[in-house]
Every structure is written in C-alpha cells, then in structure tokens.
Ligand binder design. Structure first.
Ligand SMILES: NC(=O)c1ccc[n+]([C@@H]2O[C@H](COP(=O)([O-])OP(=O)(O)OC[C@H]3O[C@@H](n4cnc5c(N)ncnc54)[C@H](O)[C@@H]3O)[C@@H](O)[C@H]2O)c1
Length: 345
C-alpha cells in the first residue's frame, strides 16, 4: 500500500488534533475525508488539509471508496455503530477510547471482530506509546525489580469540564489507569473498590472528588489510584511500581529544572493531557499507520491495544461505577477469552 487514505470521524478537540497530526507529523498517511455532526466544524477542519473532503454522513464516510482506514474521534456513544460499519467493510480503525459505552456492546464488537478472523480495531490507549510508560514496562520485563507487587497511581486535573460527575471520573480518567495496570502487569483486573474520602469543597456541588480506586489483579496484586480532578494545579499523572527488589516511578515532570534569581527553583507542570502525552499521541498514530500499511491485505492491521483491551477496560469501569454506589468491592465479570480465540492482544 502507498499512503493510507484516512477518514477522520468527529473533529472536535481530539479529532481536530488527530487531523493536524496526520497531515503534518505522520509519514505515509493522508486525511482524505472528515465527517462531523456539525458540518461547519467539518468544513473548517477540511479546509486546513489540501485535498480533504467533507462527507456529511459518518457511515458514508466509512464506506467512501477513497478511504483505506478510519480514525474514530466521535463521542463514545457513537462508536458501536461506526465500529460495526468498519468491520463490515473490513476497514482498519483506530478508535479513541472508550471502545463503546457499555460492556455488552463492547463484547459484541470483540465477537464480531473475532468472527471476521482479523484484527482491525486498535483502541486509543495512548499511554502505551509514552516513552516513560514504555521504559517502565521494559524495566519490569527485564526482571531487575523482581516480581512487581504494588502499583500506586495518581491522576489529577486542575479542573473538570462542566457536568463531569463521579461516574465520568471513573469512565474517562480511571480507564487510563486500568489500561496501564493491564499493560504493566500483563494480567486482568479481578475486582475493584471505590472509596469516597472527604470531598474537595472546591468541587462542583454533587461531584464526589477526590476518589480512591483499589484494584486487585487476578494474581492478587494491589493497585491504588488517586483520582482528583479539581486540584486547581495542573495535569499530574504519576505511576510507581514497587517490586521485590526496588521500585520505579514515572511522571515526575523533571524535564527542565530552572533556578532563578528570585531564589526559587522548579519546573513546569503540564496544563493537560494534550501537553503531557503529545508525543505519545504522535507515536500511537505513526505506529497505527505503519501497521495498516504493512498489514494491508492481511488479517492483522493493529499495533497496540486491541478490541479486547477496550472491552476489558469497559468491564472494569462498569464494576467501578457499581462500587461507587455501594462502596463494596465488586468482582469484574469478563467473558472467557479462550472461547473467543483470535481476540488479539
Ligand atoms: N485518549 C485520550 O486521551 C482522550 C482524551 C480526550 C478524549 N478522548 C476520546 O476522544 C473522543 C472524542 O472526544 P473529544 O474530547 O474530542 O470530544 P468533542 O466533543 O470535542 O468532539 C466530538 C466531535 O464528534 C462530533 N460528533 C458527535 N456525534 C457524532 C457522530 N455520530 N458522527 C460524527 N461526528 C459526531 C461532535 O460534533 C464533535 O465535533 C471520545 O471518545 C473521548 O473519550 C480520548
């Protein structure tokens, strides 16, 4: 395959970023079609890319004969229908998380992909492409820390978008720590419990923030996650693994340490995920484009988290939302992966 001709569906915050990334920083790809429910938005983004057309109906955009692959940056509620259309036409697709918005539809998508006998769906868990997470995973693989025993995670935002409630903190923020846990430990999460400490008085009324999530993996490893989305400070994502022979931490933001004439020293806290994970988004997209090009005509056009990873994360999120209501530890109900042979991984 020459250049991968991509349709980008949903050109809001993430989609517009991905279009710019594909157009200016990704080799071997071209955005040929964009589609958005808001036509003016699609037209505005298309105008920034030479040769890019607007196709109003997202399903027509997927089916467009000029399109080789699809990038879904629509809201989660639109993913199921658009993913099914991609599978029916055998279009490789990079789907922003979440795979779908509920466990049953996520499993249905996995099952459909397995029935095709192809790996066409990649899910946008971009932290797997971040240099620091990759280094941490390599360290664990090397065995130098011995067996990993504990994972401590911090996920803080300065402010939450209006309407962001506690369940959304679990589905949109915790979901990344869930994927990180599965990525670093290489096993499924068996149970989850959500603890609700004294709320931040600065959080919007009715929003329980901060939250603590306690995850337990199948082999019994412990993971704790602080989720605090109204700190007023900045975007802070830290991850520490404690093993038999030492520990390792990432996310310290120690890129540049400045010492100034005011007698102060310090560095920069990223404002948000777009700044913190900018390189990871670029790498994710380049690796996906390379996988689509090299896998063209084969049954494997994915290089990264797959449909099963999206489904497994959805199952843990569902258990976390249940625990939010009860405060009890909730077992994660996962399908038998062995019965879905070829689910990829
Ligand atoms: N990986 C990450 O770090 C990360 C970060 C933020 C958002 N996301 C995910 O990216 C996706 C988009 O999020 P966003 O923040 O860009 O949202 P957004 O609201 O800024 O953009 C979504 C766009 O999709 C359009 N749209 C809505 N329904 C559509 C449909 N059925 N067909 C075509 N277009 C449709 C909207 O008009 C809007 O322009 C979500 O799935 C979100 O969870 C991922």
């Amino acid at each position: 395959m020459g250049e991968v001709r991509v349709a980008v569906l949903g050109v809001g915050a993430m989609g517009a970023d991905h279009v710019a990334r594909l157009a200016t920083r990704t080799a071997g790809a071209r955005v040929v079609v964009v589609s958005d429910l808001v036509t003016e938005r699609a037209e505005h983004v298309a105008a920034s890319v030479p040769g890019c057309r607007v196709v109003a109906d997202p399903l027509d955009a997927i089916a467009d004969p000029e399109v080789d692959a699809v990038l879904l940056a629509t809201p989660g509620a639109a993913h199921e229908k658009q993913l099914v259309a991609c599978l029916e036409l055998r279009r490789p697709v990079l789907c922003e998380k979440p795979l779908t918005t509920d466990v049953a539809s996520a499993l249905d998508v996995v099952t459909r992909e397995v029935a095709l006998g192809s790996r066409l769906i990649q899910v946008g868990f971009m932290r797997r492409f971040d240099d620091e997470y990759v280094a941490l995973e390599s360290l664990l693989d090397s065995g130098d820390l011995g067996r990993p025993l504990l994972l401590h995670c911090v996920h803080r935002n300065a402010t939450a978008a209006p309407g962001f409630d506690a369940a959304m903190i679990l589905r949109d923020s915790l979901v990344h720590e869930i994927d990180v846990t599965r990525f670093l430990f290489g096993e499924e999460i068996a149970a989850v419990q959500i603890i609700t400490p004294t709320p931040n008085p600065g959080a919007p009324i009715g929003v329980r923030d901060p939250l603590i999530a306690l995850l337990r993996t199948e082999s019994g490893r412990h993971v704790d996650v602080e989720l605090f989305v109204t700190t007023g400070v900045g975007y802070e994502v830290r991850t520490e693994v404690v093993g038999e022979r030492g520990s390792a931490m990432i996310g310290l933001d120690v890129g540049l340490v400045r010492r100034s004439t005011t007698g102060r020293w310090g560095g920069q806290i990223p404002a948000g995920f777009r700044e913190r994970f900018a390189r990871a988004y670029d790498t994710q997209l380049q690796r996906w484009v390379d996988a689509v090009r090299s896998g063209a005509g084969t049954d494997d056009q994915v290089d990264g988290p797959c449909a099963w990873d999206g489904y497994a994360a959805a199952a843990v999120c569902a258990a976390a939302v249940e625990s939010l209501e009860t405060g009890e530890r909730v077992a994660v109900r996962l399908a038998d992966r062995g019965m879905l042979s070829g689910a990829g991984g």
